[in-house]
Design a protein around this ligand. Structure first.
Ligand code: GZL
Length: 315
């Protein structure tokens, strides 16, 4: 074999080794830090990036889509290897996703969805089945109340997939029970402060909650705020008014252990690992990836809340 061929082969091997050793740079546009779940999600992604030697450029959009779009444009300008977006709402993403595609930068959607017809604008979406979360919360409540319940609903962020789909799933089940209905529904924007504020207003409008059987909250953070409002209205949350929610954050397990809340559907915050798996495979040339990778979570009640809290507190 000619010496030049041996050298070029060695050079190619060395180049390949050095490239794989080069840190992958990934831009991550996160919604914000509006809930305990969101914070766990961010921390989990950062820890996973650290573990894998990935250079993570993290942007917190404070729940504003314009900040997310700015961050994605900045990632494109910096020439990152891949972009992850946890979209605050479903609409308004097509232009910036097309810019990423033109720049040949793969995009992974995490958690909530983007409403784009052209599915080639992103590599995959990794998320829980929010409709199923709503169904499970509703079925638990119907089983608990023998299908006889007047319900207040705290909706998540308007236009967010989690709010749209949890509402859809919950209503699908409630529709089967003629003696149950949602009597009032309003957005608490997924935050504890707004959840308390909106619950205070709903209780005032509903005779201080007399005759209300349950609160259905699209996330634990709003439910925890609402629990304060229920107490200040002179009612016992968890008893006079049942509380059912989604996320499974430690504070909510504590509330269930204290008898102030009744059930939650846990939402997996560990989306970093599956996202990095897909991105690393893609960067190595693997083009086979499902358009949706679904995570799952269990429904938890007061029965196991104390032991589950002990496992989660301080994590
Ligand atoms: C749902 C996620 C929601 C959480 C909230 O997957 O988008 O956003 O349920 C968070 O805690 O604000």
């Amino acid at each position: 074999m000619k010496i030049s061929r041996v050298l070029s082969g060695a050079f190619a091997l060395a180049l390949c080794a050095s490239q794989s050793a080069l840190a992958t740079t990934i831009g991550f546009s996160q919604v914000g830090s509006e809930s305990g779940w969101r914070t766990s999600f961010s921390e989990s992604v950062k820890a996973e990036a650290e573990k894998r030697g990935i250079e993570l450029k993290f942007s917190d959009a404070q729940q504003k889509q314009e900040n997310q779009i700015k961050a994605v444009r900045s990632f494109i300008a910096q020439g990152v290897d891949a972009i992850m977006i946890a979209p605050v709402v479903e609409t308004g993403w097509k232009p910036v996703l097309r810019e990423a595609k033109r720049a040949r930068i793969p995009v992974v959607i995490l958690d909530r969805n983007v409403d784009v017809k052209n599915q080639s604008l992103f590599l995959t979406r990794i998320a829980s089945d929010f409709v199923e979360e709503g169904r499970r919360a509703a079925q638990w409540l119907m089983d608990e109340t023998e299908g006889n319940c007047k319900i207040l609903e705290l909706q998540g962020t308007v236009g967010a997939t989690a709010a749209i789909d949890r509402m859809k799933g919950f209503n699908e089940v409630i529709a089967k029970y003629p003696n149950s209905e949602i009597v009032r529904s309003q957005t608490g924007e997924f935050t504890r402060t707004k959840g308390k504020e909106v619950m205070e207003a709903m209780l005032k409008a509903e005779n201080s909650g007399k005759g209300i059987c349950a609160l259905w909250s699209h996330n634990d953070e709003m439910a925890l705020g609402a629990i304060q409002a229920i107490k200040e209205a002179g009612l016992k949350p968890g008893e006079d008014m049942l509380v059912v929610s989604v996320d499974g954050v430690p504070d909510y397990f504590k509330a269930m252990a204290d008898g102030d809340a009744n059930a939650t559907v846990e939402l997996n915050p560990h989306l970093g690992a599956p996202a990095f798996d897909v991105i690393e495979a893609y960067l190595k040339g693997d083009r086979k990836v499902e358009k949706l990778i679904t995570t799952t979570g269990d429904l938890f009640t007061q029965e196991t809340a104390a032991e589950e809290y002990a496992k989660r507190a301080g994590n």
